[in-house]
Design a protein around this ligand. Sequence first.
Ligand code: IPM
Ligand code: MG
Length: 359
Amino acid sequence: MQAKIVTLPGDGIGPEIVAQAVRVLRHVASTYGHTFTFEEAMIGGCAIDAVGNPLPDSTLATCATADAVLLGAVGGPKWSDPTAPVRPEQGLLKLRQHFDLFANLRPVKSYPALAKHAPLRADLLEGVDILFVRELTGDVYFGPRTEQGDGDRAWDTMIYTVEEVRRVARVAFEAARRRSGRLVSVDKANVLASMRLWRRTVNEVAKEYPDVKLEHVLVDACAMYLMRYPAQYDVVLAGNLFGDILTDEASVLAGSLGMLPSASLNNGTFGVYEPIHGSAPDIAGKGIANPIATILSAAMLLRHSLKLEQEAQAIEQAVDTVLLSGARTADIADPGSPSLGTVEFTDQVIAHVRPGVRV
Ligand code: IPM
Ligand code: MG
């Protein structure tokens, strides 16, 4: 097949990890006989430096010509002055809003090969395989707020409409139906009115899915249960803010924030794919960043936007195989053990992407 992929490397380690994921995609294209074309555009701090706007119109126009977008990360100390009028993160939020990417899929699984490295006990991590469905274009991220943050009062507003909750809930119920038939919806209905609307709406959508077992959990309890009984979770539905927090927390289950991919989808096949981690300015340019989250995001891109399930699995299996072989980047290496750089680790993944390979 032919497809156009726009890359938005962004800031910090973004360019390094996106370059490696593109190498993997090029390898997949040549192995499976596809033609992928790539075009790069600016987002984040580097775009502020270049044109004073974290998401230039030209970037939006370029993304609109793509089948899918692969993004690195935005932000860094250079642009983190809280009084700055423009911030790199605004570019990311505007991109999500512009393309109506309301459903953010964040799969989290534990890797037996990394069990020794994970801060949690190995027996707790056995069989952890969770799909977070995070609402991405509503909530306190996009509600009315004070524009001037320098007075002695500032506010943001948690706000959801029934339709916003309904559409993302359907994505979660569909996923639960394909997986184990269990769905946990996260809210704070004991305190927040917007979260009571959330719970009421999820209950209404549940009537369309009598085969899915729905449970509601308050976000504070969920944060604790995720560490205590992670293997009991399958699909977890959460709003924008709670989903943001819980998925960083859940990255501990995978062994490193450097492992977790994501897909941000609208109602069609277009999507933006990005690692859930940030721009890691402390290690930018050193060639040691873990490329796995971005490589697995590229696999999600193949699955969701290009419908290339076999190719997506080939990448995921290659990552599994390389980890089983003992290869590690610095963030997942045992203390004192050798580790591979970003490029060398990717070389290993590429060497294992073959049609029909099973681990
Ligand atoms: C994420 C990030 C973003 C978010 C930031 C960079 C705006 O933390 O994708 O999880 O809060 O959504
Ligand atoms: Mg986050």
